[in-house]
Design a protein around this ligand. Structure first.
Ligand code: 5GP
Length: 166
């Protein structure tokens, strides 16, 4: 069933709806058995915290921004705003371990592909899964590398989603 868009054409989500979607992630995430969550901020932070109640594993925070080189029509490049220290603390739990990368929404998949590749290159986890609260049903601009486990809490239409934390 499709949600009714608001008068502005956007879909507004409540915290209860986000909790319900994150709940769908719990079983497949448990099956993947991650050692650490890497939350992509800001949108992935609160969903990652919700999932942590069930998985009880540490969360590392990163922040990425899709930005526009010169046109203002489409964003194609991802900029690293915040990353984790791979050499100390929980960051040392990434190399050789099982990592769950979490974001709120998979739109064009550009951000997820960038995050996964950036995590793989210097830190080489044993396995990577990606979990999103919402996957927009649309043709994607980017593809995840092979062997990545993909988990979506809910499949949603290609509309603009408004989240309660925004
Ligand atoms: P992608 O790289 O998959 O195109 O976009 C991912 C990022 O764009 C998300 O992490 C999110 O910050 C932003 N984004 C894409 N679609 C939406 C949406 O419908 N609502 C909100 N609030 N952010 C979105």
């Amino acid at each position: 069933a499709e949600r009714q868009a608001a008068a502005d054409g956007k879909i507004y989500f409540s915290y209860a709806q986000i909790h319900a979607a994150v709940d769908n992630i719990v079983a497949p995430a448990r099956a993947f058995n991650p050692d650490v969550i890497i939350a992509i901020g800001g949108g992935g932070f609160i969903p990652a915290r919700m999932l942590r109640t069930e998985l009880k594993i540490p969360i590392l925070a990163i922040a990425l921004e899709l930005y526009d080189d010169n046109t203002n029509t489409r964003n194609t490049t991802v900029k690293k705003i915040q990353w984790f220290d791979e050499t100390s603390g929980i960051g040392r739990n990434v190399r050789g371990r099982r990592v769950l990368v979490m974001d709120e929404v998979d739109d064009t998949r550009t951000t997820l592909k960038f995050a996964v590749e950036e995590i793989m290159m210097p830190t080489a986890p044993a396995a990577i899964a990606v979990a999103v609260v919402h996957n927009k049903l649309k043709p994607k601009d980017a593809e995840l590398p092979p062997g990545i486990t993909y988990i979506a809490g809910e499949e949603v239409p290609d509309r603009w989603n408004c989240y309660p934390w925004d």
